[in-house]
Ligand binder design. Sequence first.
Ligand SMILES: *Cc1c(COP(=O)(O)O)cnc(C)c1O
Length: 413
Amino acid sequence: MASPFERKTASTSNRARQPGGGPSTRAVHGGENRPLPHHSLTHPIVQTATYTFDDSADLRSFMEARMWGLHEGRVDYGRYGNPTVEAVEAKIAQREGGEAAVLFSSGMAAITTSLLSLLSAGQHLIVTEEAYRRTREFCLSFLRRYGIECSVVPASDVAAVEAAMQPNTKVLFTESPTNPYLRIVDLPSLVKVASRNGVTTMVDSTLATPVNQRPLEFGVDLVVHSATKYLGGHNDLLAGVVVGSPSLVALVRQNLWVCGAISDPQTAYLLHRGLKTLALRVRQQNETAQRVAGFLEAHPRVRRVWYPGLPSHPDHHVARGQMSGFGGVVSLELEADLDGTSRFVDALEIPIIAPSFGGLESFIEQPALMSYFELSTEERLAVGIQDSLVRLSCGVEDPQDLIEDLARALERF
Ligand SMILES: *Cc1c(COP(=O)(O)O)cnc(C)c1O
């Protein structure tokens, strides 16, 4: 049997490895550019703010090469590039099935810089409902101050997306799965509508990870992740990433150099390390969440469970068509009021109360208290958030322990 690796000889090894094989093989070996400096197994953390030149002739030849875009292999200043950051970009691009990627200091930095790159005053963008709260805020109030109008449409209604198209629409931004109801957007249909209208598509695929869904394969133009969540996977860093074609990513990168929300080599190292276990972690989290969702759905004190891997989820069939796993987040509504729901959360021993998700530790949150605290019950209902809603992000603990913990808390609250 042929090796899944395209082995490179030492003289031709100056290219990232593109191994075939399964997601775990690719997570470990993909995007690696061996031999690394000093024949190190891991990527060195190149902790420098700037880069040096031997003499004026060296500087001149760099500047000339850069004018022609031929300066590959080095940069002059830390905001324009870093080898440790580039190693992560290569690995993520490879995992997502994209040709290029650019790393940011946070998911929001990735989203805002990308949208600022794609849109100008007088243009229009469409964002689907239930987008991340700060993304909505950026699109609806921040961009509006610069003369960019935004329409919000239901995530799973492709006809509504088509109806919202205007002659000046430039970008269609969506999330899939959404948070907290894990609605799944029919990406192939959305891409069809967007390309008919000459609109650039951007998908926040944070909840899916490239293990479960690769939007570029459906023709989406740009994929964005909060790498703070599953990609980092250890709840110890904040980062964001945008993946797509070399030309779109280069455009976004130009604006990163101006806006300046770069990531740093220490964070990039941690993210690179975390990515090697991405498939391992996500497959475990998929399996745990599926079992937990099934258990919760059968429990009499649970009113409703939202998990795309359950046939009862409104987008189950769409999810099956475009995802190979359904993720580690499960949302549920209890037969309880605001305080009763808090008592359930407090009765749990394993999941930790914290915002965020996607790490090794299971997290639990009551959105009414965490993300929507300043709203009244009525205002929360208007945006679709029940007081009895709970979001559980499964970590990598033993699934049976989590289920027993949930069972105890459901008896007790
Ligand atoms: C967390 C999150 C973001 C924001 O990412 P940060 O890394 O916190 O800036 C954006 N989109 C989704 C879906 C998220 O979950």
